[in-house]
Design a binder for this molecule. Structure first.
Ligand code: GRF
Length: 194
């Protein structure tokens, strides 16, 4: 039997990307991937999804821990984790985490465009529409010490329609995110278990 590819997922919100990972595992599409734990930095709907599936989960509130958040989170990540997946995690990932783990993130735009400080959630899609882009999409990338600057692993594109509202675009991009993230996990899991 090949070695499991252990992941820990960090979230801040509804966790639809987390759900996409759970669904892909359940559907047998991520054969070696084992979801060890879900950690949230604020009360998040995604924690309930984890709980429902019987996946260990923990809330480490940024409001409580502030400057010590990274240290608290790194201590909560199971040491046997092969990959930390940021799936809508809004806190900055400190060097404490980066020094110890390989980390990837999903971003709702075609990086390097529309990344960096303030470029999260609906802000991204608003900016894309304001700039009259004809395409947008999502990016899975490695996380480094910058904001949205790490090496790009994969992207998926969507067309931007002139009649799109930011919310419409967000929904369309999210559908692609749910496809792309499990695909990347399958790829990374295979490359390490070869
Ligand atoms: C996604 O758009 C992701 O790209 C961004 O945050 C959002 C999280 O959505 N980083 P969800 O919590 O997975 O539904």
């Amino acid at each position: 039997m090949s070695k499991p590819f252990n992941i820990t997922v960090l979230i801040s919100g509804g966790g639809s990307n987390l759900q996409a990972i759970i669904d892909a595992i359940d559907a047998g599409q991520l054969e070696h991937v084992h979801l060890l734990k879900v950690i949230a930095d604020r009360p998040a709907g995604g924690l309930e999804r984890a709980e429902k599936q019987g996946i260990p989960n923990e809330l480490i509130a940024r409001k409580v821990w502030r400057q010590q958040l990274s240290e608290k989170v790194v201590a909560a990540i199971p040491p046997e984790t092969d990959l930390v997946v940021l799936a809508g995690y809004l806190s900055i990932v400190g060097t404490a985490i980066l020094n110890q783990f390989k980390v990837i993130n999903i971003h709702p735009a075609l990086l390097p465009k529309y990344g960096g400080k303030g470029m999260y959630g609906i802000n991204v899609h608003r900016a894309v529409i304001e700039n009259k882009e004809v395409e947008s999409g999502c990016t899975v990338h490695y996380v480094d010490a910058g904001v949205d600057t790490g090496e790009i692993i994969a992207q998926a594109k969507v067309n931007v329609d002139p009649s799109d509202t930011p919310e419409m675009l967000q929904q369309r991009v999210l559908i692609e995110e749910h496809r792309l993230l499990p695909k990347v996990l399958a790829l990374l899991a295979t490359s390490i278990s070869l």
